[in-house]
Ligand binder design. Structure first.
Ligand SMILES: NC(=O)c1ccc[n+]([C@@H]2O[C@H](COP(=O)([O-])OP(=O)(O)OC[C@H]3O[C@@H](n4cnc5c(N)ncnc54)[C@H](O)[C@@H]3O)[C@@H](O)[C@H]2O)c1
Length: 261
């Protein structure tokens, strides 16, 4: 799966799943535009891609601000000559119920996870539509099921599926395919942060490993490989699709008694 002569924008490309996607695209020949609000991590990722022979630019952007996203994607198109694909991986997790989530948290999560995805798509599509291409939104298993105490996050991730399907319909005739991946738990800085909120962070990892039928959480590249497939012509008949990449998490039904097998 080569990406020679392709230019790819990755929001949230400084760390975690987005960074792993950038690395795979760069290893396979693409030019990368990394959009992220973490300048240090973004520059580190750019430098390490270039040190490995890849081509990348980094731009410090808050994806919630359309003007900044539009300017960054315009600069990437100018530098690379085209935009072929967009991957939306920028996202934040916040905790609360319908009662304990305050308006600031709700707005923050929606503006990054949902509006940020729309911002990146509406700034990229004018370029992608010139030759066709792909958009991959990183949603979550929490788009298809939920946990306790994650109201804003799970709502934003459900919304991202709607955004994905809606854009898939609107732009199919223009050769733009739009898909979503729904990861289970992935070993990234986001998970490290979430675990650090618990008095016993190791127990969070143990619980996450145990809840996936495959017996462990994912490494970022295991999600990024599916992102790469959906971004590539290899998936040419896939659009509007929602791909779980969850080690079987959403497949299981609890309560079955243990047997010897
Ligand atoms: N880690 C998991 O277990 C997991 C599971 C399912 C879905 N996801 C989703 O995958 C995506 C990537 O998650 P991750 O685990 O790699 O997270 P991460 O925190 O490790 O990386 C997210 C990246 O997004 C950037 N970012 C966050 N808000 C931003 C903003 N407003 N503007 C620009 N950049 C911003 C961060 O700086 C960071 O580089 C997220 O959308 C997350 O919700 C993660």
């Amino acid at each position: 799966m080569r990406f020679d002569h392709k230019s790819i924008v990755v929001t949230g490309g400084a760390l975690g799943i987005g960074k792993a996607a950038c690395e795979i695209f760069a290893e396979r020949g693409a030019s990368l535009a990394i959009l992220d609000w973490d300048e240090k991590a973004g520059e580190d990722t750019r430098r390490s891609i270039e040190a490995n022979g890849g081509k990348a630019m980094f731009q410090k952007v808050n994806v919630a601000e359309f003007g900044a996203v539009e300017a960054a994607i315009g600069a990437a198109a100018e530098a690379f000559g085209s935009i072929d694909s967009l991957v939306v991986s920028a996202g934040i997790q916040r905790y609360g119920t319908a009662v304990t989530t305050d308006e600031g948290q709700w707005d923050e999560v929606m503006s990054v996870n949902l509006k940020g995805a729309w911002n990146a798509a509406r700034a990229s599509i004018p370029y992608i539509r010139k030759q066709g291409g792909t958009i991959v939104n990183v949603s979550s298993v929490q788009a298809l099921a939920s946990q306790q105490n994650v109201l804003a996050y799970t709502t934003s991730k459900h919304g991202l599926i709607g955004l994905t399907r809606s854009m898939a319909m609107d732009f199919a005739k223009e050769g733009i395919r739009v898909n979503a991946v729904c990861p289970g738990t992935v070993d990234t800085p986001m998970l490290q942060w979430a675990a650090s909120l618990d008095p016993d962070p190791d127990s969070v990892y143990e619980a996450c490993n145990a809840m996936h039928p495959i017996g462990r959480i994912a490494q970022p590249r295991e999600i990024a490989e599916v992102i790469a497939f959906l971004a590539h012509d290899s998936s040419s008949f896939v659009t509007g699709a929602v791909w779980t990449v969850d080690g079987g998490l959403l497949t299981q039904i609890g309560g079955v008694p243990k047997t010897d097998q």
